[in-house]
Design a protein around this ligand. Sequence first.
Ligand code: GLY
Ligand code: MN
Length: 386
Amino acid sequence: MPHPAVDLLAARHAAVRAAAAMEGLDGLVVFHLPNIRYLTGFAGSAAIAILTRDEIILITDGRYVTEVEETVRPGCPGLRLVKVDPAYDATLAACLEAAGAIRVGFESAHLSVKRHDALAAALRNASAGGGSAAALVPAERLVEACRMRKDAAELAALRRGGALIDAIAAAVLGDVRAGQSEWEVAAGIDDRIRRGGFERASFETIVASGPNAALPHARPGRRVLQPGDLVVLDFGGVCEGYCTDITRTVSVGEPSAEARGLYEAVAAAHRAAAAAVRPGAPITDVDEAARAVLEARGLGTAFSHATGHGLGLEVHEEPRVGPRRPDIPGVPPAGRDDRLEPGIVFTIEPGAYVPGLGGVRIEDDVLVTPDGLEWLTGARRELRVV
Ligand code: GLY
Ligand code: MN
């Protein structure tokens, strides 16, 4: 993956430092690997980062030291590499002891109780021994909130990924045939994703045919595609670290009037959701627009998931593009105050699932712009009969 430009990483550090300062924190311990990647460019499988007022400490082990020295540190302002010795949490405790009496947030959503208790005990012991170790304070969403608005490097990767997955979607729709098993279709999609320039699939490819299409997240199996099936194909690839996510539904042979009606209803919900996207609009508007279309056609209960989700370094990230959930604290959008802003990237993926008949989902990735939206994916959406 190309390293984000130094000035972009500096801007990310500044934004997270400002968010931490608003919480009365002098720094943040970052455990969540996508957050570490966002702040440093490090894409390995194990690390802890500590963002302080004047540096970012990257703790990693011997497998990654050379990579960090050669490719991460040169592009990351203020990065200090600390090699694990003898174990991750002991090294973290030593860094926090050395930091002095500062208040440091830690990502409480990403640290187990067991690890937290051991870390807190180590810091207490250090203080009892006459030291002035950092105080740990639970913190939430400091990096995730910044990650919602994509910067120039992220948008470039997302646009490249969108163009690549569109081309793959077009090819995949030409591949699907009656007589193939769901496994075969999924293997063909995965092969195209790898050969098409992606690092890997964004998630396990979904191919759901006939009655299985009524299960929104069915796993592909041995079922063979048959005339009269609706087939939901949901897949994506990771391009330069950034996820794409697209769904198309095809009909094997001519669809029944009921199946075509289901498709048209979901397509109308998709259009309505897209029409609701504009900066300043409550995020819940997008879900409400899609849901209203399906409810008006008697398909409200058949739409059993949110309209979309944020997309970026993770395939599911903030914001949640669903109904208002004031009952779940900390899950945005909790109310009508969470609004779309330019730079937010998310999926629009209404669906309708009817046991016995099957299901339809149509999914695309969009960017909120100052005027409305930019489609990051846009492979043809008309019902394809294969
Ligand atoms: N497209 C897969 C998902 O959103 O979970
Ligand atoms: Mn999705």
